[in-house]
Ligand binder design. Sequence first.
Ligand SMILES: N[C@@H](CCC(=O)N[C@@H](CS)C(=O)NCC(=O)O)C(=O)O
Length: 207
Amino acid sequence: MITVHHLNNSRSQRILWLLEELGVPYEIVQYQRDAVTNLAPPELKAIHPLGKSPVVTDGDLTVAESGAVTEYLLRKYGKGRLMPKEDSAEYVDYLQWMHFAEGSAMLPLLLALYVGRLGDAGAPLHPRIFGEIANHLSYMENSVETGGYLLGSELSGADIMNSFVLEAAKARGLLAEYPKLLDLVTRLQARPAYQLALERGGPYAFA
Ligand SMILES: N[C@@H](CCC(=O)N[C@@H](CS)C(=O)NCC(=O)O)C(=O)O
């Protein structure tokens, strides 16, 4: 049985959504962020040394990192769904978007969060941080057709990986200038599988 070690208000929400899209049975172990620090509880370190979420266990296997978890679940349980064939033209695009989410897009969003805590002392870093956020979001906006997805007309794991980027940006009021991304995240969140994942995962501040 697949177990998702799920931290509230976290990237693991997208793994619950992925599993709902695939219709694969899974169970959830819930963890709550510390009310003061917002960090994960120490119990998560018993599952994986990083102590972060998502972590998925499947039999004897433990997989951390959302991108790796998404790839693992799609390859083992996807039956070809939500990813292009490896010999197709879209496959390289798929790989790029899968890595873009955590490898590029999340970094300046996280920097904005942390540097924001410095108040005025962090202001000199804002142009670079918000410039990079705009760089990433513009690239995404220009890559999506109205009504489409990152890879074109079909939903893929790349959209699921990048949903947290869009949700984190939206929560900070940073999507207002990107109408196609606002529309994309609204359509993703309206999917029945996304809604089912919300029901199972519990309150999610980014929904
Ligand atoms: N790149 C990792 C990031 C994992 C990560 O930082 N998860 C956050 C939740 S969104 C977490 O566990 N934070 C709690 C903590 O650091 O204590 C991934 O995509 O899985």
